[in-house]
Design a binder for this molecule. Structure first.
Ligand SMILES: NC(=O)c1ccc[n+]([C@@H]2O[C@H](COP(=O)([O-])OP(=O)(O)OC[C@H]3O[C@@H](n4cnc5c(N)ncnc54)[C@H](O)[C@@H]3O)[C@@H](O)[C@H]2O)c1
Length: 358
């Protein structure tokens, strides 16, 4: 078991901002990248938190990730927008794209937003949260252009990425529904976290380089590579294909079609549908029907091993409250990789440690 540093949000944020400045980013970019990554850790998704920065630093040095890039509009059809992320930080590109999509959805009642060529958009739920905060529903189909790491149902090697599917629904007078998951049985970063901690994965998640089931996370992290399987067998596989077709082929003009190129950059394509539920149905009726259904579902008696029934978005809110109070656990291997990334970006690792209180 690797050593764990538990770092409170403020010092961790200060340390990560110092690191992100090493990309030559504007103060706004430093804030957006840092806040997005720390929020991912706060919600419990360490796979999409500060541990992404070593990969980002390698992609930046290779030229696959561009600092200070902004979205470029390639097609403006009013309620339909097509945007190019210009290989910029997904934390900036995603934010700017959602700001535009939300403004259009407020104007027209809906916006279909096609985004391509964005560097890693990270936790897609963050983009759904932006729409939900404006009382809008948003649905996201996302593909991943990187080394293929997920096997098709029945296939023995990797053919596409972890293609997340995400829906945010505001609930009047209640907490929103935030459904946000990879169509692989787990996010790839979860294998990296387990590998860094020296832990095995549960059965049924991975195949090795020969296509045989394994519990060793190394097959998703280092060569010789195996693959992660999709969730729900053929069902998750089908949804992954839809994400690739809509988020990749349609929104980005870029679908997964070849083995690893060895490049470190991770690009996402994302098709987002944003709409105002109040323009589609009576807000009061929709709200009361939702509330009644959600209460009915939550009243289900818990099975042995469960304390209660939860709704999508609840585990993240609970984890955020816990980690805000107690700090964010970061394993020694991940922290070591962050310090190496600092060196790569000509930022003093001693200063990063000092800011983090390590
Ligand atoms: N940018 C990319 O390329 C990329 C690729 C893959 C995944 N991701 C991100 O990775 C993150 C993690 O994905 P994941 O598949 O590991 O997520 P996960 O398996 O932890 O599932 C998360 C979803 O399930 C819900 N959930 C969890 N436990 C629940 C319970 N007990 N009851 C009800 N609902 C519950 C959560 O609220 C959330 O909506 C996501 O934010 C996703 O967007 C990004």
């Amino acid at each position: 078991m690797a050593k764990i540093h538990t770092i409170r949000v403020e010092p961790l944020t200060a340390a990560i901002k110092a690191l992100v400045r090493g990309f030559g980013s504007s103060p706004r970019e430093v804030d957006l990248v840092t806040e997005n990554l720390v929020q991912a850790n706060l919600t419990g998704h360490d796979s999409h938190g500060i541990g992404m920065l070593p990969r980002y630093s390698e992609a930046y040095v290779e030229g696959g990730l561009k600092a200070n890039a902004h979205v470029k509009t390639t097609l403006d059809g009013g309620a339909m927008l097509s945007l190019d992320g210009q290989a910029g930080f997904g934390q900036v590109i995603g934010h700017e794209a959602m700001e535009m999509g939300i403004a259009r959805a407020k104007e027209y009642g809906t916006c279909i937003l096609a985004l391509g060529n964005s560097h890693h958009l990270c936790r897609i739920g963050a983009w759904a949260e932006m729409a939900v905060a404006e009382n809008l529903i948003s649905i996201h189909f996302t593909n991943v252009i990187s080394r293929p790491i997920v096997a098709p149902f029945g296939g023995g090697d990797a053919r596409f990425g972890t293609n997340p599917f995400t829906v945010g629904i505001p609930v009047p007078g209640g907490e929103p529904i935030l459904l946000d998951f990879a169509t692989s049985v787990m996010a790839q970063g979860k294998a990296r976290v387990a590998y860094n901690k020296g832990e095995q994965m549960p059965a049924g998640r991975l195949i090795d380089e020969k296509g045989h089931p394994t519990t060793d996370p190394k097959f998703a992290v280092v060569a010789p590579h195996g693959a992660i399987v999709t969730f729900g067998e053929h069902k998750g596989y089908g949804l992954a294909v839809v994400c690739e077709l809509l988020g990749g082929a349609l929104a980005a003009g870029m679908a997964c079609r070849e083995p690893a190129t060895g490049e470190k950059r991770v690009l996402n394509g994302m098709l987002t549908i944003i709409f105002d539920p109040a323009k589609l149905a009576s807000g009061a009726l929709f709200g009361s029907e939702m509330k009644a259904f959600l209460e009915w579902v939550k009243a289900s008696p818990p099975q042995p091993g469960f304390d209660r029934v939860r709704l999508a978005g609840e585990p993240e809110r609970e984890m955020r409250a816990k980690r805000m109070a107690e700090g964010i656990p970061v394993d020694e291997t991940t922290w070591g990789e962050i310090l190496t990334a600092a060196e790569r970006l000509k930022v003093s690792p001693v200063e990063i440690n000092r800011l983090a209180g390590i």
